[in-house]
Design a protein around this ligand. Structure first.
Ligand code: ZN
Length: 234
């Protein structure tokens, strides 16, 4: 803890003075983050570092396995963060970010590891679909590291599907006011692969290319087109 205390002191004494005007403005006017990022609690995955976001730019919700439980009447921290980000802060983008070497995904692949951790085991049920997909639809002879990586990537897609069950997300998708993104951070290389909904693959975007997206309002056509509002401006 000593290093963390030194860090607090160094932030206050050496870093904060250089940004004090920005912090004062944010304190005065409140936050207007561009996006909600749901990432793993893993200490090696730092949303603000990966995106080089500054104070006020990213609304972050972290948990073991970057999981979004499907909407239910039970209250939960992730559901509350989603609702608040969309309805109170008006974010227009939500990113689910998975990563390599994820301990939660390793736990999914080895349920015996979870035996002494009943809460983790119950939480990871929200990712079982990803594990089942890899067990059934991927080669049986995948190496251990490839299996964990495949589960982590499939888990991003499963959690994006869960996002769509939340009323605030569903409504904003229907009015084309929100876009969903799936990212995968590779700890060893620092590379971020982005899920391209058009081709259903993760890839590193080309320099200058518009960011591929996972789900947009256009993916969910109005079932009664005569009542559809015009799509929001690009
Ligand atoms: Zn993780």
């Amino acid at each position: 803890m000593g290093d963390l205390l030194k860090g607090i002191s160094s932030f206050r004494g050496a870093v904060f003075p250089g940004h004090s005007e920005l912090y004062r403005k944010l304190a005065r006017e409140g936050q207007q983050p561009q996006a909600l990022m749901i990432s793993c609690a893993d200490s090696r995955v730092l949303p603000e570092t990966i995106t080089q976001a500054g104070p006020g730019e990213l609304f972050v919700c972290r948990n073991a396995g970057n999981i979004v439980p499907p909407f239910s009447t039970l209250n939960g921290g992730v559901s509350s963060a989603i609702e608040y980000a969309i309805l109170a802060l008006g974010v227009s983008d939500i990113v689910v970010c998975g990563h390599s070497d994820c301990g939660a995904m390793k736990g999914l692949c080895h349920p015996e590891m979870l035996q002494p951790m009943p809460n983790v085991a119950a939480w990871l049920r929200h990712s079982h679909a990803a594990y089942s997909i890899v067990c059934q639809a991927y080669p049986k002879d995948l190496s251990e590291s490839d299996r964990v990586r495949a589960v982590a990537m499939e888990n991003v897609i499963v959690q994006l599907d869960h996002l769509k069950t939340h009323p605030s997300v569903a409504a904003k998708l229907a009015t084309s006011e929100i876009t969903l993104h799936g990212w995968f951070f590779d700890i060893e290389t620092g590379e971020v692969q982005v899920y391209d909904g058009a081709t259903s693959t993760f890839r590193v975007p080309e320099e200058g290319e518009p960011l591929p997206v996972a789900v947009t309002g256009r993916d969910r056509p109005h079932v009664m087109p005569q009542f559809a509002a015009p799509l929001a401006a690009e």
